[in-house]
Design a protein around this ligand. Structure first.
Ligand code: QUE
Length: 355
């Protein structure tokens, strides 16, 4: 790596990781993923490490996602490059390692946590949210789908909440994330260093390490305020429980009021193909293991790396040219065929496999 992008340290029994690309909102590069996969398996076996604490540098983001611009650049400048194959492969391996991690994995989420950042936090044992916490799975906005284990965790949220978050990119603050089970405690940003010191001073040994971490965090936890989701859940369940995206659109069209109007506007902006594959992803992953869900997502993402896929058009329109006017293909929900959706779920010659 030409610049340092991620920092590792062991202090007072804690494995400390800092995502360190603050100008890029700590977006995850392939180099950072490879560094994680080098260090965190070693910490899992190292008796000097009792828990991992993951933070983002700067005062804006925990991690805004993956380094999508690098993927776009490669597809335009080096069509035979391997980043589009290897970045997701290695990222999903890390997501699964965190899901299965034998020690407490504690994320201090003091800012934006979206896409690839969620994959580093939500599968761990503990997520601490501050007043700057801002969560979303916004991938349908750029012609992708909520990967990094989104199929697994979103499909396990209550009612149709996961489908709603996945299709609309709706953002959550700490109070709603706590209510949904996406975060575990609210601690003000100003007290995070003190919390980290308390974790370092605590006995976190043995099979009940998880409960011991709960107890330490509990000493710092404050009221996050009242969540907005409970009042919205009846409408979310009514409109977003459906077998097809067309049905969801029709239900929203049949619903009066400001909330339904906002959701119609949100869905009108995102990729119709992304919505269709996302609905199928959540349906399939709802009954699969974490590992099988990641294999499904890897098949999907490799299909999305074809140069003419909505993904590259979405990245162009939102992150490169910034004209905010992606030309989606197909252009409408009704134009998305069953065959096009199914093509994203076909086994690959080089499928994602776990050891
Ligand atoms: C939707 C997304 C992403 C996004 C914007 C969207 C995403 C992502 C980034 C991003 C942010 C900052 C960076 C960067 C990428 O933006 O997944 O390289 O510096 O990673 O509307 O899904």
């Amino acid at each position: 790596m030409s610049e340092r992008e991620i920092l590792f340290a062991v202090k007072e029994g804690l494995g400390l990781i800092t995502l360190d690309r603050p100008k890029a909102l700590n977006a995850l590069t392939h180099g950072m993923v490879l560094e994680l996969e080098k260090t965190i398996p070693a910490w899992e076996k190292d008796p000097a490490v009792k828990a991992v604490v993951l933070r983002g540098a700067g005062d804006r983001a925990f991690c805004a996602g993956g380094d999508i611009q690098a993927l776009w650049r490669e597809s335009r400048e080096n069509p035979s490059g391997t980043l589009r194959r290897d970045f997701f492969y290695d990222e999903y391996i890390v997501n699964r390692r965190i899901y299965r991690y034998a020690k407490p994995w504690i994320s201090f989420i003091d800012g934006i946590d979206m896409g690839g950042g969620v994959g580093l936090s939500v599968h761990g044992s503990h997520s601490v949210a501050t007043e700057r916490f801002l969560f979303a799975m916004p991938e349908t906005t750029i012609g992708l789908f909520p990967d990094v284990g989104g199929g697994y965790f979103l499909s396990r949220l209550q009612g149709a909440l996961g489908v709603y978050l996945a299709l609309t990119s709706h953002r959550l603050r700490a109070a709603d994330a706590l209510w949904a089970g996406i975060a575990d405690a609210y601690v003000p940003s100003a007290r995070l260093d003190e919390l980290q010191a308390a974790l370092g001073a605590a006995d976190l040994s043995g099979p009940d390490a998880r409960r011991k971490v709960d107890a330490v965090i509990g000493r710092f936890a404050e009221d996050a305020g009242s969540p907005s989701l409970p009042a919205l859940m009846p409408e979310i369940d009514r409109c977003f429980s459906a077998d097809t995206v067309g049905e969801i659109r029709d239900k929203l069209n049949g619903q009066r009021g400001e909330w339904a109007e906002k959701q119609r506007a949100a869905l009108a902006k995102v990729s119709p193909l992304s919505m269709a594959i996302t609905l199928e992803q959540l349906r399939r992953c709802a009954t699969r293991s974490f590992e099988d869900s990641m294999t499904i997502e890897y098949r999907m993402v490799q299909h999305a790396m074809r140069p003419d896929h909505d993904f590259f058009e979405g990245v162009r329109a939102l992150l490169i040219d910034k004209d905010q006017k992606p030309k989606w293909r197909p252009a409408t929900i009704d134009g998305v065929t069953r065959d096009l959706v199914e093509a994203h779920f076909k086994p690959l010659a080089n499928d994602l496999v776990f050891d």
